[in-house]
Design a protein around this ligand. Structure first.
Ligand SMILES: C[S@@+](CC[C@H](N)C(=O)[O-])C[C@H]1O[C@@H](n2cnc3c(N)ncnc32)[C@H](O)[C@@H]1O
Length: 236
């Protein structure tokens, strides 16, 4: 099991209380959809179902929805209906497509998950073959920007530019919008607890006790920063 999958599974039951930003992101993503009715939808990294819940709230209908996640614990808390098929699969594995109930979709959606792609080119080339129509929201390296600067670690996730560059190779028409968010905390301790439980890693380099203590003492902001790239992609 990868580190990311383990993290998400460990906190699956608490996830809904620690995902304020992801909740806003999923809402914005679904509000960008150009149609109210779709045929088949694939939700990549569906988690506990923020996308499906927003589709329902915004009266967007679909014939079928495949909810894909690599964490069974997340799938267990994802809503279920006759139209929904849950698939436990890893979008980083080349053969995850074989586990899907269909090989073509009318629409791909993914909110707050594709930052965990281990190879952007491979991911987008696979996804572009699955559907001609996609809306993605992807966390980018501006997330926890100041925290990473103070800790002198590199962001473990991709920059907006590298995602844009990769997507342009596989889609004919792409529109990007970069959104920033902040989340305020009463104490640095609470901020660190949030990072741990939100499933968004603080950096690849493991900080030791001393380094973490230093980081907590020298972090200059009362909030965390988030940066999310919204993409609408088409292949016609
Ligand atoms: C931050 S959550 C977002 C969940 C949901 N889409 C939302 O908007 O609330 C990221 C989800 O992606 C899943 N995930 C991470 N890496 C994945 C992978 N390689 N394949 C499939 N799912 C993955 C995690 O298990 C987690 O449920």
């Amino acid at each position: 099991m990868s580190k990311v999958i383990k993290e998400f599974s460990r906190f699956a039951h608490q996830y809904n209380q620690h995902n304020e930003i992801q909740v806003q992101v999923a809402k914005t993503l679904v509000s960008k959809l150009s149609e109210k009715t779709y045929g088949s939808i694939l939700d990549l990294g569906c988690g506990s179902g923020a996308v499906v819940k927003n589709l329902q709230e915004m009266n967007c209908t679909y014939t079928t929805l495949t909810a894909l996640d690599s964490s069974q614990a997340m799938l267990d808390i994802h809503p279920y209906s006759e139209k929904i098929t849950k698939v436990c699969g890893d979008f980083n594995s080349v053969n995850f497509i074989e586990a899907l109930p269909q090989t073509q979709y009318d629409l791909l959606l993914s909110s707050s998950a594709l930052q965990w792609s281990t190879d952007l080119d491979r991911t987008f080339s696979l996804l572009a073959n699955l559907s001609q129509n996609a809306y993605f929201a992807i966390f980018t390296s501006g997330t926890f920007k100041t925290l990473h600067e103070v800790a002198r670690v590199n962001s473990p996730i991709y920059s907006a530019e590298s995602i844009e560059e990769s997507m342009e190779k596989y889609y004919g028409e792409v529109n990007f919008a970069l959104h920033t968010y902040t989340l305020a905390f009463d104490s640095v301790r609470e901020m660190f607890r949030y990072i741990k439980k939100s499933g968004v890693s603080a950096g690849e380099k493991k900080l030791g006790f001393k380094e973490t203590k230093h980081l907590m003492e020298s972090y200059p902001l009362d909030h965390l920063e988030f940066e999310v790239l919204f993409v609408e992609a088409k292949n016609m």
